[in-house]
Design a binder for this molecule. Structure first.
Ligand SMILES: [Cu+2]
Length: 421
C-alpha cells in the first residue's frame, strides 16, 4: 500500500460522518486474532499497518482537518490522517512497530506515545528526546511493544495549541496471552474539549476554562455513533482523556461495570470493584468492562452537567423563579418578539428551535423516541439489543406495554393514597 492509499483509507470515515444514522461499522482493516474482536473507534478509524519483513509499518500525517462536531457545527481543527482524533493504532504485545510521521502543519510537531515504555529517544518530547519534526518533513519512530495496554498518542511540541485543536489518538496493545474473560465488543472513546465561539471557524487554543464543545471522539451528541451491543455480551470500553483541562466522570445507565485496566497496566481482579461512574482524569486511560443484562437505549455521558451541553452561553443572569411579565410587556413595545427565558428552567430550550448564530448548536441534542433529548456534548448511547448484529444502529428500543413511565391513573392514585392537592 502506498502513501496515497493510506490517506484514502483514512479519509473515508470523516467524510461519511455527521449523522447518527451511520452504522457503527468495524473500523479495523486488519484481523489481529480470530478469538478477539478488533477495537472499534466510533466516529473514527484504525491505522492501517503493513507487515514489512516482520515489522508493522504505519504512517501518521499531522495536518489541518475540516471537522464536523455535529450537524451545523464545523471548525478548522488539527488532527492526523484527515481526522480528529487520529486513527487508533492497534497492535499486539511483542510486535515491532515502525511509524512514519509526516508534518503538514504550519509549525513543527512531534509524537509522544503516551504510556508506552520505549527507548528514551523514541519518547517524542521536543528538545528533550528529539529535535522537532520540521514543517514538511517525515520522521520515523521504531520500537518494540514490550507490554500490553491501552495507551494514547499526542504531540509534545506546542502541546497547548496542537492538543487543543484535536491532535490526539488511542494506541492499543493487545496482550499476547488473554487477560481476563474474552469480550464480544471492544470500543475506544476519547473525551476531549474545545472552546469554539459561536460563529468562529477555529477552536481557541488559549482557552483554560469555559470549554463549550465537549466531545466523545471529537463529536458532540447527536453526532456520536451509538455503541450497539447484545444483551448478555461482554463489553469493553477504553476511555482516554487528552483534553486540555477537564477530568470527566463518565456515567453509564442500566448497568454496573468494573475498571479492569489503566494506562499503567491491568488492575488485579482482587482490586476491581463495581461502579456506575468512572473518573477519567486528563492524561489517563480507564478501561471498563460490563455485561449489560437489560435491553434498551442507555445513556452514556459525562456527569458534569455543563459537559452535556454544546456552546451554551453561561454568562447570563439566573432567571429561575423570576416574574418577568411586566418586563416582557415593556420590552415588546420596542422589540415585538422579545421573550425572557429560563423563568421555569431551561428544559424547553431545545424544542423552541430558536434561530442560533451561524455555525453553532447551542445545547441542541437529538430527537428521541419520546421527543427531544436536551443533552448534547459528551453524550452517547449504549444500545443493548437481543441481537446486536441484526440491530439498526439508528433504531430505538421497543418497550413492552406498561413498561414506560406515563401519566398516573386517578383511580390507582386514590387506591395508593396519593393526593396532589
Ligand atoms: Cu466532563
Amino acid at each position: 500500500m502506498n502513501r496515497r492509499t493510506f490517506l484514502q483509507a483514512s479519509a473515508i470515515a470523516p467524510a461519511a460522518l455527521g449523522s447518527t444514522s451511520v452504522a457503527a461499522r468495524p473500523t479495523s482493516t486488519q484481523t489481529i486474532s480470530s478469538e478477539r474482536p478488533s477495537v472499534v473507534t466510533p466516529n473514527g478509524t484504525t491505522l492501517p499497518l503493513r507487515d514489512v519483513d516482520g515489522v508493522k509499518v504505519g504512517h501518521l500525517v499531522a495536518e489541518a482537518v475540516d471537522h464536523e462536531f455535529a450537524p451545523g457545527l464545523r471548525a478548522q481543527c488539527w488532527g492526523y490522517n484527515g481526522g480528529t482524533p487520529g486513527p487508533t493504532i492497534e497492535a499486539t504485545e511483542g510486535d515491532r512497530l515502525r511509524l512514519y510521521v509526516t508534518n503538514r502543519l504550519p509549525e513543527p510537531t512531534t509524537v509522544h506515545w503516551h504510556g508506552l515504555i520505549l527507548p528514551n529517544g523514541m519518547d517524542g518530547v521536543a528538545g528533550l528526546n528529539q529535535r522537532p519534526i520540521p514543517v514538511g518533513e517525515t520522521f520515523v519512530y521504531e520500537f518494540d511493544l514490550r507490554h500490553a495496554g491501552t495507551f494514547m498518542y499526542h504531540p509534545h511540541y506546542d502541546e497547548m495549541t496542537q492538543i487543543a485543536l484535536g491532535m490526539v489518538g488511542m494506541f492499543i496493545v493487545h496482550p499476547r496471552r488473554p487477560v481476563g474473560p474474552p469480550v464480544d465488543h471492544d470500543f475506544a472513546l476519547m473525551t476531549h474539549e474545545f472552546r469554539l465561539e459561536a460563529g468562529a471557524r477555529r477552536p481557541d487554543p488559549n482557552a483554560m476554562a469555559d470549554f463549550n464543545v465537549l466531545t466523545f471522539n471529537s463529536r458532540c451528541y447527536p453526532a456520536t455513533e451509538p455503541l450497539v451491543v447484545g444483551r448478555g455480551e461482554r463489553v469493553r470500553i477504553r476511555l482516554g482523556n487528552l483534553g486540555p483541562m477537564d477530568h470527566h466522570p463518565i456515567h453509564i445507565h442500566g448497568l454496573a461495570f468494573t475498571m479492569t485496566a489503566t494506562d499503567g497496566g491491568f488492575v488485579p481482579k482482587s482490586a476491581q470493584h463495581p461502579e456506575t461512574t468512572v473518573l477519567v482524569p486528563v492524561g489517563t486511560t480507564r478501561v471498563i468492562e460490563m455485561v449489560p443484562t437489560e435491553a434498551g437505549d442507555w445513556a452514556m455521558h459525562c456527569h458534569m452537567t455543563h459537559h452535556v451541553m454544546t456552546q451554551m452561553g453561561h454568562r447570563m443572569s439566573p432567571m429561575l423563579g423570576a416574574d418577568t411579565r411586566r418586563l416582557d410587556r415593556r420590552m415588546r413595545r420596542v422589540a415585538p418578539d422579545f421573550m425572557t427565558m429560563g423563568q421555569t428552567g431551561m428544559g424547553g430550550m431545545d424544542e423552541m428551535k430558536m434561530p442560533v448564530p451561524r455555525n453553532s448548536t447551542p445545547m441542541r441534542g437529538g430527537e428521541g423516541p419520546f421527543g427531544g433529548i436536551d443533552m448534547g456534548g459528551m453524550f452517547t448511547l449504549l444500545k443493548v439489543r437481543e441481537d446486536a448484529r441484526a440491530a439498526d444502529p439508528a433504531g430505538w428500543h421497543r418497550h413492552r406495554r406498561g413498561r414506560v413511565a406515563e401519566v398516573a391513573d386517578p383511580a390507582a392514585m386514590r387506591r395508593d393514597g396519593i393526593e396532589t392537592k
